[in-house]
Design a binder for this molecule. Sequence first.
Ligand code: CDT
Length: 325
Amino acid sequence: MSRIVTVGAAQTGPIQRDDTRAEVVERLVALLRQGADAGCDLIVFPELALTTFFPRWWVEDRAEFDHFFETEMPGPDTRPLFDEAARLGVGFHLGYAELTPEGQHFNTAIVVDRQGTVIGKYRKVHLPGHHDHQPWREFQHLERYYFDPGAGFGVFAGFGGVLGMAICNDRRWSETYRVLGLQGCELAMIGYNTPIHYAPDPSQDVLQGFHNRLCLQSGAYQNGMWVVGVAKAGEEEGCDLLGESAIIAPSGEVRAACSTVGDELAVAECDLGLCANYKDTLFDFGYYRRPEVYGTITAQQGVVVPPDVVAALENSDDDDTGGAT
Ligand code: CDT
């Protein structure tokens, strides 16, 4: 049975450090209206959609950057977005930096229903980059300094289906999709800020677009779910951010995509009923999965080459010089 949710991937262009919340919210409201005109039920905004990607800078006292965080949602600056969405009868997903009353800092996303009520919240689990100042880099990636890690991946009822969220770097980890998939997720919303330049291995720079799609498409297919990947894109404070926002079907096919690195909406009719084509056949988890042999995935964090393999390699005559000279 088909269950159509018309989704808008609302990519934004860059947000500069001096852009005010009010200016940014105005841009989001414009995308929201565009989405409503296009018949969207749900608009998906990027990760940290209200501010510049501030983890690119080091400050000795982290509290100096607390102004990038929201202490309430909606707050005075974001209220217009909630009000306009409710007026239009359109739901949305929004990424932002969250500061809790207990003083915890999270990279957070929420999903809001057509009435303007928050129906789900997610805090980023996989925090990439580093925790210390590394001046050799062109720019920092200090998510491990500014954010506390989230506690897990939940799913939420909304828009007639099972919704899930992940944030940016989470999309590179197959565990993310599988944990969502095991809870029946039918539509995963994933905002991102992905610098094109990856300082630890610049050979990956030209592959950023490929790796983005590779992760989103395989996650969708292997779990029989729609995946909506939405970028904050373009040149932000001298840092080039990947665009290529896309809506991926449970088949792994791209159904809609952005073609610019500015504010842009890509729309697709997502039939949640299509998930069953995969969830009930090739990826019927209940019938085919073998959790009894997957224990390593949760039992250990890093790589452990088994001692017998290490020993065999040490005793081996093989080398990597490419053969006899
Ligand atoms: N925002 C975010 O998670 N960005 C990361 C950059 C990785 S390089 C430190 C990403 O995976 O796209």
